[in-house]
Design a protein around this ligand. Structure first.
Ligand code: SAM
Ligand code: SF4
Length: 328
């Protein structure tokens, strides 16, 4: 059997994972992500359609892509998302299809997404207090999120990870409560350091998670744990392995040397790094009749644009786009 294809960047990293933003719109306005008055959305004519997405991801998969995450903006706002999920899950070479969502509408879509081939699920949840969720997201949506989570669990989506952006002075007093909530429901918790992406990211009080890691280890008797999947999180777990908490620490301990991913925005722009401007536009190629061979060459070229690392510490003002535009 021939060796599996591998897409390798200039620094020897294997790129096998795409985060696909299916929309830049969102029903929430999280403090650290999208400004409340933001209106500068992509026009529908510029969105990649499902045929274009399938063709482009098919080309990536020919060259070594194995995993896709649907994200946004809020991916559940894109109409007929389960149909797209099913088409992506059927692409030869794609072994893993996952979804990141704020879960406000997950109750309506969980069963169809599971049937379409989505397995793993990440849900953003920064607080368990209704008033705080309202302050952070600008909408009173905690009951909807919890209902969405219940439906996801019932539909058999697994594992379910809770993404909590840790913000000093906003939700830092709730981390232990969130551990308790995740233990009770069988969710994996992931704590995330705020990144200076857009003015929203820069204006949100950053919190170093290294002391939190030490505190949780001692408070809950957690030990270092390996976690399959090659993602950026470093994990602690209970000795019986039934609960784990991951720490995504782009600022206090960056993980660029093992970065295996790129991000495709809704308009077909491939972003090579969250913290750099390097990008490649695929929409013109897809709409101007590029052959499969030309598409493959363009992908190989685009991957050479991937920079070695972000510079969030050295150049915190560099990235003006918001996370919702790139596909976080
Ligand atoms: N709307 C979906 C959601 O909230 O899960 C998917 C898109 S959202 C942009 C993906 C992830 O990016 C979320 O977990 C969110 O918390 C995270 N995020 C957004 N802005 C961020 C920032 N400035 N720093 C760190 N994480 C951020
Ligand atoms: Fe929307 Fe997700 Fe950004 Fe919050 S983090 S504004 S839910 S895209």
């Amino acid at each position: 059997m021939p060796n599996a294809p591998v897409l390798t960047d200039t620094f020897g990293r294997h790129i096998e994972y795409i985060r696909l933003s299916v929309t830049d719109r969102c029903d929430l306005r999280c403090n650290y992500c999208m400004p409340e008055d933001f209106r500068d959305f992509e026009e529908p004519k510029d969105w990649l359609n499902f045929d274009e997405i399938e063709r482009l991801l098919g080309a990536f998969a020919r060259l070594g892509l194995a995993r896709v995450r649907l994200t946004g903006g809020e991916p559940l706002l894109r109409r007929h998302l389960p149909q797209l999920a099913q088409r992506i899950a059927s692409i030869p070479g794609i072994e893993d299809l996952s979804l990141s969502t704020n879960a406000t509408q997950l109750d309506k879509h969980a069963v169809a997404l599971k049937a379409a081939g989505v397995t793993r699920l990440n849900v953003s949840l920064d607080s368990l207090r209704p008033e705080r969720i309202k302050t952070i997201t600008k909408r009173d949506v905690l009951p909807d999120i919890l209902n969405g989570l219940a439906h996801a669990k019932q539909a058999g989506l697994a594992p379910i990870k809770i993404n909590m952006v840790a913000m000093r002075g906003t939700n830092d007093d709730e981390i232990e409560d969130m551990v308790g909530f995740c233990m009770e429901h069988g969710f994996i918790l992931r704590l995330i350091e705020t990144m200076p992406i857009g003015k929203t990211g820069r204006n949100t009080a950053y919190m170093d998670l290294q002391p939190v890691k030490a505190m949780l280890a001692s408070r809950f008797g957690l030990i270092d744990a390996a976690f399959p999947g090659g993602g950026p999180a470093r994990y602690l777990a209970t000795p019986d392995g039934r609960f784990s908490v991951g720490f995504i620490t782009p600022i206090s301990q960056h993980f660029c040397a093992t970065c295996n991913r790129v991000r495709l925005s809704v308009d077909g722009t491939l972003y090579l790094c969250l913290g750099q401007e390097n990008k490649f536009e695929f929409r013109p190629l897809l709409r101007d009749g590029a052959t499969d061979c030309e598409l493959d060459d363009a992908i190989r070229l685009a991957i050479t644009y991937k920079p070695e690392r972000h510079e969030f510490l050295e150049q915190p003002d560099k990235i003006v786009r918001f996370m919702s535009m790139t596909g976080g």
